[in-house]
Design a protein around this ligand. Structure first.
Ligand SMILES: *Cc1c(COP(=O)(O)O)cnc(C)c1O
Length: 404
């Protein structure tokens, strides 16, 4: 059992007021809040050992380098990667996906096929469309069902020896659906295709094991896992990372530079051009430590109870429809009130101190599928409470009265 009162004390922001009301923060799928333990690490970095890494002979540089590389070890252990050099620090999920998409430019030829799913965030669609334009490869789409699940029969039919890469999210940010990634990966490997899993929305809820999944690439952002913005990770199997071209050129990523020819550094530095987000990487590791201290099993169990309670209570409101009703889902509730624009509801909820997301959630194809302009999305974290859900339900009722 989680001691929620104690956990909430770790998050200074949770005790602030918004529009004169206690903050109810239900926009965790967009970004999570930051515990004092992580804030302290950030302050410590800039107060005590801020320096550039990997080149200085002086003490501060050495200390920063040691902490940064220790952070890589923490990330490696968290995701159970085989080697720390298979963990590339990036600026986040979007950067990680672009890095892989660019790395595949020289590995694809015209009419090769790539498979995406209908449930993706734009950042797992657009970089691949750009790659297709560059290479002449063809993008195929796994359709979704009304419940917000992937149509796995069609997926099986899309796979062929032309398929080179499959990319799907572990969990949909718009609907909360947990996708059957283990099966997806296994089937892709049977035709020789590599798989990238967008774990941005899964990592706040699940501790993925990249070796058990046998996944080729797994990507995530720190800011959705209680860490800071502007930092994230790419796990890539060594064999793939070695085949891929570097994404960016610059300092840190080279072996030898002359005007005739430059050779690249080995992994992971080949993909880490320029001064990285040093403090961010160290704080990312601190965030993983914090989450692991609470424990992902306890987090999952508690969030499931929030999801169940929230779903039950919201469905009591007449004319309220929930999108994404898979049995396998995490604590995200996407909904609309009949005849009312989601934006209007979101604006009124904000007046009551309740932060939800409204709109297409960077997943326009899902909204097109349901023929809606967007949804109201309430996404719960382990520091949220049933009392806060009650406030949301009351708020939605009030908004409905005012808008209908
Ligand atoms: C948030 C999110 C992204 C994008 O993450 P950034 O941190 O903005 O790069 C991609 N995919 C999913 C599923 C997400 O939830």
């Amino acid at each position: 059992m989680l001691d929620i009162t104690k956990i909430r004390q770790d998050f200074p922001i949770l005790s602030r007021k918004v529009n004169g009301k206690p903050l109810v923060y239900f926009d965790n799928a967009a970004t999570s809040q930051t515990p004092q333990q992580v804030i302290d690490v950030i302050v410590d970095y800039y107060s005590n050992y801020n320096a550039n890494i990997h080149r200085g002979v002086h003490a501060l540089s050495q200390e920063a380098t040691d902490k940064y590389e220790a952070a890589r070890q923490t990330v490696k252990q968290h995701f159970n990667a085989k080697n720390a050099y298979e963990i590339i620090f990036t600026s986040g999920t979007t950067h990680s996906i672009n890095l892989v998409a660019n790395g595949f430019a020289t590995l694809l030829k015209k009419d090769d096929e790539l498979i995406v799913s209908a449930l993706e965030h734009h950042s797992n669609i657009v970089p691949w469309q750009m790659l297709c334009e560059k290479t002449g490869a063809i993008l195929k789409v796994i359709p979704m069902t009304l419940e917000g699940q992937l149509d796995m029969d069609t997926y099986n039919n899309l796979l062929s020896d032309k398929t080179k890469l499959v990319f799907v999210n572990h969990i949909s940010n718009a609907l909360g659906t947990i996708n059957p990634i283990k099966t997806i990966i296994k089937k892709a490997h049977q035709v020789g295709a590599a798989v990238l899993i967008d774990g941005a929305q899964a990592c706040p809820h699940i501790k993925p094991d990249v070796q058990a999944l046998d996944v080729d690439f797994y990507v995530a952002s720190a800011h959705k896992i209680c860490g800071p913005t502007g930092v994230g990770m790419l796990y890539g199997k060594e064999e793939w990372l070695n085949k891929m071209q570097p994404y960016q050129g610059g300092g840190e990523m080279i072996d030898q530079v002359t005007f005739e020819k430059t050779t690249y550094a080995g992994l992971p530095h080949k993909f880490e051009a320029g001064t990285p987000n040093i403090c961010g990487g160290i704080a990312f590791a601190a965030a993983l430590d914090y989450m692991n201290t609470i424990g992902f099993d306890a987090i999952a169990k508690y969030e499931e109870s929030l999801l169940k309670y929230g779903t039950q209570q919201l469905l009591k409101i007449e004319g309220l429809k929930i999108y994404g009703t898979s049995k396998n889902k995490t604590s995200v509730i996407s909904f609309n009130l009949e005849g009312i624009h989601p934006y209007d509801v979101g604006t009124l909820l904000d007046k009551m101190g309740i932060a939800v997301r409204t709109g297409h959630h960077c997943a326009q194809p899902i909204m097109d599928f349901y023929k809606i302009p967007g949804t109201i999305r309430a996404s719960f974290a382990f520091y949220n409470t049933k009392t806060e859900i009650d406030a949301l339900v009351e708020g939605v009722k009030k908004a409905k009265m005012m808008l209908s």
